[in-house]
Design a protein around this ligand. Structure first.
Ligand SMILES: Cc1cc2nc3c(=O)[nH]c(=O)nc-3n(C[C@H](O)[C@H](O)[C@H](O)COP(=O)(O)OP(=O)(O)OC[C@H]3O[C@@H](n4cnc5c(N)ncnc54)[C@H](O)[C@@H]3O)c2cc1C
Length: 446
């Protein structure tokens, strides 16, 4: 008999502003008795919900159960900056096969966006939560100018559209003189991530999927009939299990010693008053990623997405125990406030209303873990940096494998090598955090 036991459960630090501005969620449905299902999906983030939706398409009439440890959208799925990006973070230079692989990945990311967009229509999700608005990569100094120049050359080479923006346009968009320029690419979808995820879950429930919240999977075990998926108050007997738990894959003992457990941090301003909005200036909705990924992401949202507010993402910490620390959040709060103050001096000192940490998972060689990891057990995990799109893809791919389907998505991920081994502890966390701090320092203005 094979048993996978979860040695850790997800722990969230700080309440996500994206969730707070949505208002109360309906009472959760908790798994409180034993039941059966054709498919059990573990985790209700981008990967788990994409898997559930794909299963409804591929296996109509099948019983699909989703088990979520906490409340829907309270994990990283509802804690991120909401950039569902089509272009990879680090565009490689010219080499032919790399460029081909990259074009293929861009096409798949757009497939993920379209899959999510179709869900928005089918499930009646507020279209403000899924805005095909594009995004700007911001320039703040000579170093980030060089990065953006390289990006411009590369986008021209691969025939992707972009627009170069000068300091004046950046000021008109953001109201800030901080940015010296930027590069606009039109293919990013701007999400209200918690609104989108809640909408997905509600739509799936209406489509017949059973989603149980506050129902952490503590173990799953194989017997002659199939798998028994165990939660504190009930278990589900099933033939097929899909793991959409991102870094918690390692909690179940899979890919142990190969996954970087990283925390990123977000902050959201209070609803800005009329006077503050006049001081801020700029447009009502925009999103800027830093040219150096270790810099700050900044977004402005409007009442359609939950109020006139500014959201900042900055700082990172590697925590292999999968829990961020109170000190991490304090440090991140300070760093995000400094970024806000530097960009919007007229509002300097305005305390952030919500500050939170969120867990994501990377591999050293940037690969996901998507595939059958045991008989009837499929992984849709390890999304690396751009997990809203990648999570959607791995979720679709795992559902397809579970139904015996092959596609460009399954082929892409099955061709990836396994995640590279990390150095042993304590070197992993100490070395990882030193490298992070150095990169953060280098990107302190970005
Ligand atoms: C501050 C921040 C900003 C970010 N910004 C962006 C961005 O702009 N764009 C982007 O693409 N990505 C961004 N990310 C990353 C992105 O949020 C993640 O990559 C993405 O959420 C991964 O999706 P997922 O479904 O694989 O995992 P998650 O969203 O983490 O979902 C996994 C789910 O599994 C559940 N789970 C875990 N263990 C169990 C268990 N034992 N039983 C039941 N359920 C379990 C968790 O509770 C969770 O709900 C950001 C992340 C953070 C923290």
């Amino acid at each position: 008999m094979t048993t996978y036991t979860a040695v850790r459960a997800p722990v969230q630090r700080g309440a996500s502003g994206w969730v707070a501005i949505l208002g109360e969620a309906p009472e959760p449905q908790v798994l409180e008795q034993d039941t059966t299902a054709d498919f059990v999906v573990v985790g209700a983030g981008f990967a788990g919900l994409a898997a559930a939706r794909r299963l409804t398409e591929l296996a109509p009439g099948a019983r699909i159960v989703v088990l979520e440890a906490g409340r829907v959208a309270e994990s990283a799925a509802g804690r991120n900056s909401g950039f569902m990006i089509d272009l990879p973070h680090n565009l490689p230079g010219g080499e032919h096969t790399a460029a081909r692989g990259e074009k293929e990945l861009i096409a798949l990311n757009r497939q993920a966006q379209d899959f999510a967009g179709a869900a928005v229509e089918d499930y009646g999700i507020d279209p403000h939560y899924f805005d095909r608005a594009g995004k700007i990569n911001g320039v703040v100094d000579d170093r980030t100018q060089k990065i953006v120049d390289h990006e411009r050359a590369h986008l021209s080479e691969i025939g992707e559209p972009f627009e170069m923006l000068g300091a004046q346009t950046m000021r008109e968009v953001t109201g800030s003189t901080y940015y010296q320029g930027g590069i606009f690419t039109p293919g990013t979808v701007m999400l209200q991530p918690a609104g989108f995820i809640r909408g997905m879950a509600a739509g799936l429930c209406r489509a017949g999927v059973d989603i149980f919240e506050d129902s952490p999977v503590t173990a799953f075990t194989r017997d002659s009939e199939g798998w028994s998926v165990i939660t504190p108050k009930g278990r589900v007997s099933t033939g097929k299990v899909i793991l959409g738990v991102n870094g918690h894959l390692e909690s179940f003992g899979v890919a142990r010693g190969r996954l970087m457990q990283l925390f990123l941090f977000g902050a959201m301003s209070p609803e800005l008053t009329g006077d503050q909005l006049r001081k801020l200036g700029g447009q009502a909705r925009w999103g800027i990623t830093p040219a150096d990924p270790m810099g700050a992401t900044v977004r402005r949202i409007d009442p359609g997405q939950g109020g006139n507010r500014v959201i900042v993402r900055a700082a990172a910490a590697m925590r292999s125990g999968m829990r961020s620390r109170a000190l991490d959040l304090m440090r991140a709060r300070r760093s995000m406030q400094q970024r806000f103050d530097a960009r919007f001096p007229a509002l300097a000192g305005l305390p952030m209303e919500h500050v939170w940490a969120g867990h994501l998972c990377l591999s050293l060689n940037g690969v996901a873990v998507m595939g059958e990891v045991d008989w009837g057990v499929y992984s849709a995990c390890v999304q690396n940096g751009l997990g809203t799109a990648r999570g959607t893809l791995t979720g679709i791919g795992a559902a397809e494998l579970a139904c015996g389907e092959e596609s460009a998505i399954t082929r892409r991920f099955l061709a990836e090598p396994e995640p590279r081994k990390l150095p042993p502890q304590p070197f992993r966390d100490i070395g990882g955090n030193i490298a992070i701090r150095w990169k953060e320092w280098r990107a302190r203005l970005a």
